[in-house]
Design a binder for this molecule. Structure first.
Ligand code: ATP
Length: 317
């Protein structure tokens, strides 16, 4: 590296990465590779993690903030895996200090780990002065995990395949959400396995609550272009919800409490257990959040809006 390029590459970079909520999550049958074919509409929310990278002789990660104790500090941390992947791709040594400041609930169905992976990719590409185009970065992101490309992308997008093939969606206005965070996380693979079990049970004559709907997200996509939350709200759908409710039945009370508090609709976010409530406007969201906090059905309650941009550098020096 020449002295000239050294002078412009910062020694410390912070990237802000959003959480996601799935406005629509259609889960197809299990594929031969063990994944389910998904059709999903993601929205990036103003609830974020900050990933800060700085120069170091080694590669290490430290996590601070909400749920930090449940995040691995070894090579299985998605930010560490992102570092190894990017270093391999560019042929540079994987060395940096990575600090993650978490606000996204851990194992909460809001893709917090994926956000940290995406944040590390963007931050380290800058720290290591790697010339990588958006498309190659998205390919590395897809190798890291199904939700990582969306954390890079942000906004509102349609995801297909495992959720990693993205198409931006035209959406007008802002959605105002209330998020009810649960005491305990749910493991995404366990929730998918529970859905397979419930579907198997249904095909043997049992019932599967809330999984009777068919059809794609077309109506929702149309509603998003109108930007009217009262049109969007009844079209929220999550095929994983019956499985999340089966594993964590207390979430039924949380969903009911949000509706009673005045939300337009409530849904389990992704694989859960976070419940996301769409509200008519910002004032309603604040009121719903206050009432939900008092109802004692959640560990914590937050308001957030979307869509917001994907992983982006907010500080460099
Ligand atoms: P999904 O992306 O499947 O919706 P989630 O949002 O439910 O996942 P995450 O917060 O991403 O859940 O965490 C899932 C698991 O991933 C955690 O229990 C943790 O062990 C592991 N993990 C690895 N790296 C991270 C990270 N940087 N932040 C959070 N969890 C991580």
């Amino acid at each position: 590296m020449s002295p000239a390029s050294l002078s412009v590459v910062p020694d410390r970079i912070t990237v802000r990465v959003p959480a996601k909520v799935n406005l629509y999550l259609g889960v197809g049958p299990l594929r031969d590779d063990g994944y389910h074919e998904l059709t999903t509409v993601f929205q990036a929310l103003s609830l974020h993690d900050d990933v800060t990278v700085s120069r170091s002789a080694e590669l290490q990660v430290v996590t601070r903030g909400d749920g930090a104790a449940d995040v691995p500090a070894d090579a299985s941390n998605l930010a560490m895996r992102a570092a190894e992947l990017l270093a391999d791709w560019a042929g540079v040594p994987a060395s940096a200090d990575i600090a993650i400041d978490k606000t996204i609930p851990v194992a909460g169905g809001m893709a917090g780990g994926s956000a940290d992976g995406a944040g590390a990719l963007v931050a380290l590409a800058r720290l290591w002065d790697i010339d990588i185009d958006r498309e190659s970065l998205a390919e590395l992101a897809a190798d890291l995990g199904s939700d990582v490309p969306f954390a890079l992308h942000g906004g509102t997008a349609l995801g297909t395949g495992r959720g990693e093939k993205l198409m931006p969606i035209l959406s007008r206005g802002e959605c105002h959400w209330v998020l009810a965070l649960a005491k305990q996380g749910l493991s995404t693979p366990t929730v998918f396995r529970e859905l397979d079990r419930l579907r198997e049970n249904r095909s043997n004559g049992g019932e599967l609550d809330g999984d009777a709907e068919t059809g794609g997200p077309d109506e929702l996509l149309q509603a998003l272009t109108s930007g009217d939350p009262t049109t969007i709200a009844p079209l929220l759908r999550n095929d994983l919800q019956p499985a999340a409710l089966s594993l964590a039945p207390a979430l039924r009370r949380t969903l009911r409490a949000g509706l009673d508090a005045g939300a337009l609709n409530g849904i389990v976010s992704g694989s859960g257990p976070t419940c996301a409530f769409l509200c008519a406007d910002e004032v309603d969201a604040v009121n719903v959040a206050a009432e939900l906090s008092g109802a004692g059905v959640a560990r914590a309650v937050r308001t957030a809006s979307g869509p917001v941009p994907g992983a982006r550098i907010i500080d460099a020096d």
